[in-house]
Ligand binder design. Structure first.
Ligand SMILES: [Mn+2]
Length: 230
């Protein structure tokens, strides 16, 4: 079974937890991925000192992923800030610079990473096909895309993202919502078109992991996904 460890808040990884998790993964045949920390963390922050701190925190997370022999670490793109209107384009450029640093750390730790599509309505810089197309072109380096189905449902981008980046999508976060707010409810409880999703994902030849990322109804979501993907 695949489990994603959220390296944040009460679940933040440390040396003791990492070694215990390694033991548990062996005993119970679990494969781990890591969700990099995200609370109050913005890799596109225009303030050099805070951005350096965020990148340091991400580096620690990547090192934990290495110790856990994780197959993947997922991280969020940068966000717009109050300064964005005053410095047009700065957050976009800073995001790319920071992603390059994350990629270089990940490479030196031999950890694969993927960047997640996150809701535009909460200020994230990468949420739709157009932004990701520009991002991949300007980055000029290889990074996977973690398709978050709940997030893409908020701006009607699910099908478009799968069609545009079928080869880039290496990981999927599955949860549902009402199309308006990022509710992270159980699979099948909201407006996500799971039949379409399963069809498109199969057509795209996706071979990664689908992680349930709902706040509740987790066993039900796993069952629902098995049905949709059967
Ligand atoms: Mn997610």
């Amino acid at each position: 079974m695949d489990v994603e460890l959220v390296d944040d808040g009460w679940h933040a990884l440390n040396t003791e937890r990492t070694s215990r998790l390694r033991e548990i993964s062996r005993r119970r045949s679990l494969r781990f991925s890591v969700h990099a920390p995200f609370t109050s963390l913005n890799i596109a922050s225009p303030i050099d000192d805070t951005r350096a701190f965020f990148l340091k925190r991400l580096k620690k997370s990547i090192e934990s992923a290495r110790l856990l022999k994780c197959n993947l670490l997922v991280f969020h793109p940068g966000m717009r800030t109050g300064l964005s209107p005053l410095f047009p384009g700065l957050d976009w450029r800073t995001n790319i610079e920071s992603v390059r640093k994350v990629l270089s750390t990940a490479e030196s730790c031999d950890v694969k990473v993927a960047i997640e599509n996150c809701p535009n309505k909460y200020g994230f810089l990468l949420s739709n096909v157009e932004e990701f197309r520009r991002f991949f072109a300007e980055l000029g380096e290889d990074v996977g895309l973690a398709l978050d189905v709940g997030h893409s449902n908020l701006n009607g981008q699910t099908q478009a993202l799968i069609k545009a980046f079928s080869k880039k999508i290496v990981h999927i976060h599955a949860h549902d919502n009402d199309g308006a707010d990022d509710l992270h409810t159980g699979v099948g409880s909201g407006s996500v078109d799971w039949v379409m999703l399963a069809e498109e994902v199969k057509k795209a030849g996706f071979r990664g992991t689908v992680i349930v990322e709902s706040y509740s109804e987790v066993p039900e979501s796993i069952e629902a996904l098995k049905k949709f993907f059967s």
